[in-house]
Ligand binder design. Structure first.
Ligand code: ADP
Ligand code: ADP
Length: 240
């Protein structure tokens, strides 16, 4: 069975259909890249997967467990509230286009606070974990700095360390380099590439087609709220 299953996902805002039946699987250790024109629903799809947005219809399963919905009497479904969702969200980390670090916390605290607050990890252990994750993204030397002292590329690497410290089963990346100055894109892509080589399970929404071709095991091309094509990078990118 797949690690993550997206099953007939629909999303509408008012009368506008944004996602019109999206279905795909993410296997364990797989990197899937989602590409497609701006406005095709890629970001909305990611946001529905971890319930930052509530799908209008369809289901998300993580290891066959329904995300964001609860079965009542074995058939009726109801939405989970935020408290019920919190442990499930923890399993699906998200890295945003804009990094959303806490400005009043140091880099180390930004990474450690999730494990402490959400997982109840003891402080010393959370700091040890934070330092290990910062080391992985080569930001340990800035652990005591505040986000505003860092470049955009550095902040995004810290945001990736924060996602890793969540110890999630899946990491979602929503255009992680599109807010960066061109000279800072490479350092972030290198970190993501390293994670792909470690066989993390990841979904990457990106405009960096060459990068998608390089790191993705599978590529999904979306347009107009539909999946138009999915397959190997060669199938989808080289033979459009
Ligand atoms: P992509 O990531 O492929 O660029 P998005 O998922 O960001 O696409 O957006 C898809 C469409 O949904 C766009 O037309 C966008 O304007 C619309 N949209 C996104 N969020 C909202 C919202 N909260 N309310 C209404 N429309 C939205
Ligand atoms: P867009 O793709 O349209 O530029 P973003 O990727 O910047 O949008 O996402 C903005 C959304 O993310 C906002 O709706 C905001 O509420 C939400 N958001 C911001 N910070 C966080 C966070 N730390 N955790 C979860 N959601 C967040």
């Amino acid at each position: 069975t797949p690690l993550l299953r997206v099953d007939d996902l629909h999303k509408q805002y008012g009368n506008t259909q944004i996602l019109k039946g999206i279905s795909f699987d993410l296997e364990r250790r797989e990197t899937v890249a989602i590409i497609g024109p701006s406005g095709s629903g890629k970001s909305t799809c990611l946001r529905c997967i971890n319930y930052l947005e509530t799908p209008s219809a369809g289901h998300i399963f993580l290891e066959q467990e329904l995300i964001g919905e609860k079965k009542l009497h074995n058939k009726l479904l109801r939405r989970m509230n935020d408290t019920e969702l919190a442990p499930q969200r923890q399993e699906i980390a998200m890295v945003f286009q804009l990094f959303y670090l806490w400005p009043h916390l140091t880099v180390r605290d930004n990474v450690a606070i999730g494990p402490m607050k959400v997982r109840g990890m003891p402080r010393a252990q959370a700091y040890e974990l934070a330092d290990a994750m910062l080391d992985k993204v080569q930001m340990l030397h800035k652990a005591a700095s505040y986000p505003e002292m860092l470049s955009g590329g550095q902040q995004q690497r810290v945001a990736i360390a924060r996602a890793l410290a969540q110890q999630p089963k899946v990491i979602l990346f929503d255009e992680p380099t599109s807010a960066l100055d061109p000279e800072l894109v490479g350092e972030v892509l290198n970190v993501i590439k390293k994670l792909a080589q470690e066989d993390r399970s990841m979904i990457l929404v990106t405009h960096e087609i060459r990068f998608a071709r390089e790191v993705a095991d599978r590529v999904i091309f979306m347009d107009g709220g539909h999946i138009i094509e999915q397959g190997t990078p060669q199938q989808v990118i080289d033979n459009p």
